[in-house]
Ligand binder design. Structure first.
Ligand code: C5P
Length: 317
């Protein structure tokens, strides 16, 4: 069936980091309950959704890179999470996924910054715009949560407290801008493998220490004090990521040696992020870290930034 659609819709969508990531025990469904504080960073992918030519069945995904990101591992076919998001939306509104999705990636791939989830969120919002759906934010968030644990946050953006699998979100007051240096590794880590490694480490007598309560993190965010926040950054997955990739210890040390206030593995890694005392400090830390030979590439970013938003085309009603 052919239905009229408008011109392509392009959505910009941010990477996330976890300022606090407390991981609970393994659940029967294979997931872990989380208490996490997400922040969206100014490192963004662009997702363009175009109506497929009627009759010419060529659905799928094409992938391009911005900023020298290595996209060789990103599937350019219907196994891509962005495509699964389009299919999930199609099921929701009983419509065939008659679109093509184009990705322009600047978020590190398999880096613990939810790049795949960001693309899925972008594809959802762009397809909803292209199809001129009147779905509402809550329904879109529901489809997002079905597609992956981090997809809802990529739509939400800003700073948020996540619980459940990470898909249940409450906005967190964070009026100030924080400045970050992002150290991108030359390889990825698989999220399920890192969660599995944490379960393995926790089964041993010398289990890694768990991160503390989230409340002080929320207070530091409300105060806007980078120095207070720096003392509280914590990630239960860090021990697992470092266990799988011991070189991350050197990366974390190098960022602090370069003048960052603190560093932490982002999500399941291997990307490390460093909180800095302002933009100029971040630029200095980035330059020094780039010369330290501990990562593939270095970026300066700030957060919080908004979640997925339409930058070109129809923004829905
Ligand atoms: O939800 P998503 O597909 O992004 O999760 C990828 C994998 O990460 C899951 O299959 C699971 O192994 C792990 N995971 C987890 N607990 C979470 C989120 C993800 O164990 N809360």
């Amino acid at each position: 069936m052919f239905s009229a659609v408008g011109p392509p819709v392009t959505v910009r969508v941010p990477a996330k980091i976890n300022l606090h990531l407390a991981v609970g025990d393994l659940r029967p469904d294979g997931y872990h309950d989380l208490v996490t504080v997400f922040q969206a960073l100014s490192l963004t992918d662009e997702v363009t959704v175009t109506a497929a030519v009627p009759g010419a069945i060529e659905p799928g995904v094409s992938v391009g890179a911005a900023d020298g990101v290595d996209v060789s591992e990103v599937p350019a076919d219907t196994t891509n999470l962005a495509w699964r998001a389009v299919e999930a939306l199609g099921r929701r509104v009983d419509r065939a996924p008659d679109v093509r999705v184009g990705l322009r990636k600047a978020i590190p791939v398999a880096g613990g910054m939810a790049g795949g989830s960001a693309d899925a969120a972008g594809a959802l919002l762009a397809t909803a715009g292209l199809w001129r759906l009147d779905l509402g934010r809550d329904a879109l968030m529901e489809v997002a949560a079905e597609v992956g644990s981090d997809v809802a946050f990529a739509l939400h953006g800003g700073t948020a407290l996540g619980t459940g699998r990470g898909e249940r979100l409450v906005p967190v007051l964070s009026r100030h801008t924080f400045h970050w240096v992002v150290a991108v590794a030359d390889h990825g880590l698989s999220t399920p493998t890192v969660f599995g490694e944490l379960d393995r480490l926790r089964a041993r007598p010398e289990a890694p220490r768990r991160v503390g309560d989230v409340e002080p993190v929320l207070e530091a965010l409300a105060s806007g004090e980078a120095r207070s926040l720096a003392l509280l950054l914590g990630n239960d997955l860090q021990a697992a990521a470092v266990s799988l990739d011991p070189g991350l210890r050197r990366t974390l040390r190098a960022g602090v040696d370069a003048g960052a206030l603190a560093g932490v593995v982002s999500g399941s890694g291997p990307t490390c992020v460093f909180l800095c005392d302002g933009h100029d400090a971040a630029v200095r830390v980035a330059a020094e870290l780039a010369g330290a030979g501990v990562c593939r590439t270095v970026r300066v970013a700030h957060g919080p930034v908004p979640g997925a938003r339409v930058v070109d085309g129809h923004g829905g009603s």
